[in-house]
Design a protein around this ligand. Sequence first.
Ligand code: ASP
Length: 318
Amino acid sequence: MPSNSSGHIVILGTGGTIAGTAAAAADNVGYQAGQLGVAQLVAAVPALAAHALEARQLAQVDSKDMSHALWQQLAAAVAEELAREDVQAVVVTHGTDTLEETAWFLHRVLAATKPVVLTAAMRPASALMPDGPQNLLDAVTVAATPGTRGVLCVLAGRVLGPEDVRKVHGYRVDAFAADEAGPVALVQEGQVRALRAWPQADPGEAAALQVAMQRPVAQWPRVDIVTSHAGCDGALVPALVALGSRGLVAEGTGNGTLHAALEVALRVAQAQGVAVWRASRCWAGGVVGQPEGALPSAGVLTPAKARVELMLQLMLRA
Ligand code: ASP
């Protein structure tokens, strides 16, 4: 696919390790995320000068601390930039920890037809071999390539879709996988090699969600995750309901199976009007099938993404 740099690409900075620095170049773990501004990240990659870019600093957070308030602000900023005729795409620099949750959130609330490309890094900008500059260049390459569309995550030369992207390693540079579906595309030497269809979200639901998410985040429905494990007694469930949970995602074993004690507690919560979904704590495969009488399945969504999805669905019901 040829590259096209005719329109503007807006780069929104939110922080993360890609903007992180450590006191020593050899230190890949004892760093502070979100130290360099997005304009500095762009300036560090000379090849980006070939593109018409605008850099806008939206936040400076370690994405482990991502908040619903920042999601609200980010979705509004991305929508505002995408609405500009002179903007062909938006790139978001982000932390790796919650990148997949932000990707799912933006996918669902924007249903973007222009590219919205999230990128991140596992090594801080001060590292001996930072991965951020290449990832940022690749993200801009994807954003500038005609035909690309929707929310895409660009990491280590792979373009991963919002449904499939998942951080699977806490340290390795190549830390992301796309479950069994595999990447949507590859970025190799400045060229995008498409492998399958670009992600598409429901535009009608996105429009309704954009309205629903205007309300203060304190009014967004609370959805929590509870894990099924050996020795589980389900006691967290009534505690979460008492805290105001309107939805619970049960991170089940295997194919979304639940400890009997947890299931009893979840069914009590469900009878009280709490929405309950079953996901899987396995690293791939999701939950397959919906046996008669079983609690509703979150399908292919990981527990973290299922939490976001259930929150959005509850927003639409409110
Ligand atoms: N804790 C960092 C973050 O998510 C990790 C990273 O970006 O790699 O912001």
